[in-house]
Each structure stands twice: as C-alpha cells, then as structure tokens.
Design a protein around this ligand. Structure first.
Ligand SMILES: [Zn+2]
Length: 422
C-alpha cells in the first residue's frame, strides 16, 4: 500500500532540504593520501550528521576516528522483536570531478530541452547523454553549476535515510522494527568497508545500500572482480651487440598484452559481458611491470581468462629463453548475487515496495563493485536500491527531486514490510 499524500509531501520537502544542505559540504575522497578517512573534510559531514541524528533522538550514535557514523532507531512499540535492518549510504564523492563549492540549480518543470550550465557554456546535458531524461519531463531537476559534480552520489542516499528517520519520528503510524543507519567514508576509492564495524552490523538481519541510480532501480548483482599484477624480468645488453642476447622486458610485455582479445576489453563490452582491462604498463629492458583488472558476472569466465594469461606466460617463457614472468592474481570482490541468492525474501521485499511506491522496477547488474558486495561477503546480505542520481562522477550529474521522495518512500515501506504491516 502506498503512503498517504500528506506523508509523501512531507518527505519530499525534508529529503530535498537535507540534500541541498549536505551537498554544500565538500567530501571528495582521495586515492593518494592512504589515510582513513582519506580526506579530513569527510569528517565535517559526519559531524553534522551526528548532530542531526542526536536531535532526531536516535541511540548509540557513534562518529568514529575513521569517519564512520552509526546510529540506532528503536522499534515502534510492540515491534521490538522484529528483525533489525540497516540502511547505508556513503558520504564521500568521486575524485573524478571537483566537489568543492557546489552551487546547485533547480530546473523547475523540466521541459525536455537541453540543460545548460552558467559556469561552463560548453557543457550541456541532452537526451542523448541521458535517455532517461525523457521520463522526467515535468519534474524539477537539480544540477550543479558546471564547475563541479553535484554529489547526489551518494548524498542523495544520506538525505533519503535522514528524511525517513524524520518521518518515523513525526508519523507514529509508520511502523518499523529496530533500524540501524550507517554512513561510510571513502566508498568511491573502494575503501568504504575497510574500517567498518562488522561486529555491530552483523547483528542485523540485512541491510540496504541507498546508492543506485535511476528511480526504481534495484541491484543484486555486481562483477566478480580480480586484479592481476605482472613482472617481466629480462636482460639488458648494449643494443649494438644484443643479437640473441638481449631480452627486452618492456618490448616482450607489449607483445604479451597484444595477445588479449580486443573483443574482451571495456571498450568493446557492455551489459553482462566481462573483460580484461590493462591499465598500467611501464618499465625498460631489464624489467617491466603491468597491472590489469579482470571482470565478469560469472566466476567461470574470469577463471578462463586467468588460465589464458597463465598459458601465455608459459608460451612466452618458452619462446624467450631466460625471460621470467611473474603473475599474481588477487580477488578484489565477489558478485554479491552469490550470497543474496540464499536470502530471496530480502530482495523480494525491496521489489515489492518499489512497485508499491508507484515505480517501474528496474533490475540491473552493476558493472562495477559496491559496498553491498563486500558486506554481503562478510555476512550481511545487502542489496543496492536507487538513490536517484544520474550521470554520476561527472559535472553533468543530476537528480529529479521526485527521486529523493520516492527513495525515502521505499525506505519507509521496506521497514513497514519487515514488520508485516502492509
Ligand atoms: Zn555511490
């Protein structure tokens, strides 16, 4: 059953207010610092959230030294024994574009035309950039001003969770069991769960990350992800006298990687297709090194790719006597479907309430990773629900205000569904 119009209007307003407040705090994470959190600015948003959670009357509020924020909401009266569930969103924004001094613009009642930006006249958003815009005609759309990203990924998720908490406080008819919320730093650099308190989170039955894209999206699959590191050890000899003696490591390495089928690279794959992606190659005659990621939704396909690389290593070592190739494969994260498949009700409830909120259910597989995958692997089943932002990690990032409301509705409905009060 859908929520009343009164509640819908209330959460529209609160989620929007929250979002516009949070996007003004710079929280860009950085791969370069090696600290936790990776940038001190993320602590500013955490501090604000802690204050707001305190005002909302939550319990066991923690803002720890690594930047994580945790808080518990007591169950509605009579539902103390219902399963505890969690809602998670990340505080940082992608280092791919600036997140400093974000100035938002609300494009009221979007009319389908090209969206332009005051701070960069060449920058536009067209239907070609984002075909989903055709579904958003008549809605209010928020963008930044052209010089920064917007930060809907994932401050929209935080705004929605905080709006749900506000609605639970105001409307006692919105029943729910015990709820835990968790806001993480450094998701964009792959470290969102690095210092997370699993002991606390593993007391939950399940959690949902609010970090997907388009309204209606639900994701239960992501890549099975591997990293491969190579070292080519050759032999340098004066090039004038090198015949049958020199083993040119960098030159052999480039021949090695030219054996990767081009059809299995990111440039030529989409949807459920996997790939090899060489992203670093450097060195000289004596030594060369290379880094690669390997991705697929099926573990077997990744195993096949690694077997192929191992057979190439043997072939090359046979062909160039004295050459040594070291190859190291590490597993970065697993397809979360491997874990979620055992908990169909966690996914079914999310599917049901997305439809109850009046949305079209969009099931996609993430061509990347998610904190939910790492949490699922560590014992907390965590599918990913839309937060509503589009074209993220970009100065073109946008979100319709309705998405903020709809994601908040989904949070409220899912909690109600877990106490069987539909
Ligand atoms: Zn995100």
């Amino acid at each position: 059953m859908a929520l009343s119009e009164d509640i819908q209007n209330f959460i529209h307003e609160i989620a929007l207010e929250n979002f516009l407040r949070y996007l003004q705090i710079e929280t860009t994470s950085s791969e370069k610092t090696g600290t936790h959190p990776s940038t001190p600015e993320q602590l500013d948003l955490g501090k604000l959230l802690k204050e707001e959670l305190t005002k909302l009357g939550l319990e066991n509020i923690i803002h720890d030294e690594f930047g994580y924020v945790y808080a518990d909401l007591k169950a509605s009266e009579g539902y103390e024994n219902a399963p505890s569930i969690g809602f998670i969103a990340h505080m940082d924004t992608s280092p791919a574009a600036s997140g400093k001094n974000v100035k938002y613009i609300i494009h009221e009642k979007y009319d389908g035309s090209t969206i332009t930006f005051p701070k960069d006249e060449k920058l536009t958003i067209t239907i070609k950039d984002s075909p989903e815009l055709t579904k958003m005609i008549g809605l209010d759309i928020i963008t930044a001003s052209g010089d920064t990203l917007l930060g809907a990924d994932d401050k929209a998720g935080i705004a929605e969770i905080m709006a749900a908490l506000t609605a639970w406080k105001k409307y006692s008819e919105l029943k729910h069991g015990p709820i835990t919320v968790c806001f993480t730093p450094d998701e964009e650099i792959g470290e969102g769960t690095e210092k997370i308190d699993m002991e606390r989170l593993n007391q939950l039955k399940c959690a949902y990350t609010m970090d997907g894209g388009e309204m209606g999206e639900l994701e239960t699959e992501c890549f099975d992800a591997w990293k491969a590191e190579f070292e080519f050890i050759g032999l340098s000899v004066h090039p004038g006298y090198a015949k049958d003696k020199m083993i040119n490591a960098i030159s052999v390495a480039s021949r090695f990687f030219s054996q990767i089928p081009e059809k299995e690279t990111p440039e030529q794959t989409e949807n459920r297709e996997g790939f090899y992606h060489l992203y670093d190659l450097s060195g000289g005659e004596e030594k060369a090194s290379a880094k690669m990621i390997i991705r697929d939704f099926e573990v077997e396909n990744n195993k096949r790719r690694m077997d192929y690389l191992k057979s190439l290593k043997d072939t090359f070592e046979n062909q160039y006597k004295g050459l040594e190739i070291k190859a190291k494969f590490t597993h970065s994260y697993e397809n979360m479907n491997t874990f979620l498949i055992d908990y169909p009700e966690i996914v079914k409830k999310a599917e049901k309430v997305i439809l109850d909120a009046g949305l079209e259910l969009i099931r996609t597989a993430i061509r990347g990773g998610t904190d939910g995958a790492r949490l699922s692997a560590r014992g907390l089943p965590t599918p990913n629900i839309f937060a509503g932002g589009m074209l993220f990690h970009s100065r073109k990032e946008y979100i319709p205000t309705l998405a903020l409301q709809k994601a908040t509705e989904v949070i409220l409905l899912i909690a109600r569904n877990w106490v069987n009060e539909d």
